[in-house]
Design a protein around this ligand. Sequence first.
Ligand SMILES: [Zn+2]
Length: 119
Amino acid sequence: MLSFPKQSLDFIKKYLHRQQKEIDKNLKEVEEDDPARSPALAESSEPGTDSYIADTHAKNLVLGEILKRTKNSIKTALFKLKKGGYGKCEKCGNQIELGRLLAMPTAQYCVSCSKKVIK
Ligand SMILES: [Zn+2]
């Protein structure tokens, strides 16, 4: 049975909601910032512009991908907070250390499993 102080869970929930809003904002910025989406720049024939567009576009794609992944893990964490199962290590099934969750609310593994998973 997983048991965390309600106070800590409330704190984590608030933090995740804030993070979610922040990521939505960043995702929008990344999309608007993408020169490949701007018709004016895309039609420009200035030398060097093509590679600038390609570079920035590639960077934004990577950034967008990271943001989307983070958004998904926040969503999962919020879902588990609501439905139960939050803070359970996905590898060994033990309760993830509270200190770890407070530092990284989207953690999926306990400290010892994360050491085995990430090499
Ligand atoms: Zn574990």
